[in-house]
Design a protein around this ligand. Structure first.
Ligand code: SF4
Length: 322
């Protein structure tokens, strides 16, 4: 007998197939592209005409820019499996944290433009390689472009679950567009405190936005469901990057997840922070170091005290913490 939160792989059908077959996905493409005209795709509400290839904070105009795409073996076990998570890293970003570990693609936009045909071809290539899912990394500013490419990928035979791997700085309109499209939401709940979000990401509204969007993601897909091999097929997985000096507000984040969502929410308490991006001895010196083992252990204790029961099994030895 299968455990709770487990289905057989044979019974899995990606959410987007029903939308495609009913014609709703086509209507979503039209709505999504219209959202680019005076861009309010994310909470920055820049108002630029991205259909005319104008851009603002996220530095992305009409088409998505892809930094890289490949079978990723560093993701959570339930995503990477034996053949990897089919990761597509989008360049540009709407949040732009000063400590970003992908600074060259998020801030400096290294990558190549990917019109819909190209984006669809990438998804199919990753599927042909045997990847277990398509994992869109930093997708918040290119939701319309993903939706535009999806029918082409479906017509080419795409059948893998879609992972929406986000900072949680999303608009509710984007999540409305993604309802029934995304199988697995994977938000990173970054800061609890508005002042920290202002200081490190120029987004004082981040905590409020993240609480709203993560609740909505949970409403759409529920708790994480895996197949008989332990691979994720549907549901919510939350990441939380623990930062030095308790900057991320780990205690409050853990309590909120347990109380407002469910103690059975899948949570990955991550320890791999290291100084990157704009962080140096001169700028942001308070975070110019790695996390320590005691700091990480304290974060795990907070998760336990909050009552969370489904933590990602990796531990500090994996990260090689001092
Ligand atoms: S998606 Fe980009 S242009 Fe649109 S509101 Fe967000 S940051 Fe601004």
């Amino acid at each position: 007998m299968l455990a709770k939160n487990c289905i057989t792989a044979a019974r899995f059908e990606p959410a987007y197939l029903r939308l495609y077959e009913s014609g709703e996905l086509k209507r979503r493409v039209e709505r999504a592209l219209e959202a680019l005209r005076s861009c309010e795709v994310c909470p920055r509400d820049c108002g630029v005409d991205r259909l005319a290839d104008k851009f603002a904070v996220c530095k992305t105009g009409r088409y998505a820019v892809v930094g890289s795409y490949f079978a990723h073996f560093g993701e959570e076990d339930c995503l990477r499996g034996s053949k990897g998570s089919g990761t597509i890293f989008f360049s540009g970003c709407n949040l732009r944290c000063v400590f970003c570990q992908n600074f060259d693609i998020s801030w400096q936009l290294r990558g190549t433009p990917a019109p819909p045909e190209k984006l669809a071809a990438m998804m199919l290539e990753l599927q042909a390689e045997g990847c277990h899912n398509i994992n869109f990394v930093t997708p918040e500013h290119v939701v319309p472009q993903i939706i535009e490419a999806l029918p082409l990928a479906i017509e080419g035979g795409l059948r893998l679950p879609l992972v929406y791997n986000t900072s949680a700085y999303d608009s509710m309109e984007s999540l409305e567009l993604m309802e029934g499209v995304v199988d697995i939401y994977m938000p990173d709940f970054k800061y609890w405190d508005s002042e920290m979000a202002r200081k490190y990401s120029k987004a004082p509204d981040y905590p409020e936005v993240a609480r709203r969007t993560i609740k909505e993601m949970h409403r759409q897909v529920g708790e994480l469901v895996t197949d008989e091999e332990g691979l994720a097929v549907r549901g919510l997985m939350i990441r939380h990057l623990v930062m030095p000096e308790q900057i991320a507000g780990t205690r409050e984040v853990m309590r909120w997840i347990a109380q407002e969502l469910s103690p059975h929410t899948y949570v990955n308490v991550m320890a791999q922070f290291y100084p990157a991006g704009k962080v140096s001895r001169q700028e942001y010196p308070e975070i110019n170091r790695r996390l320590t083992s005691p700091e990480y252990e304290a974060a795990l204790d907070e998760a336990g005290r909050a009552g969370l029961k489904r933590l990602d099994p990796r531990r500090p030895s994996y990260y090689g913490l001092p």
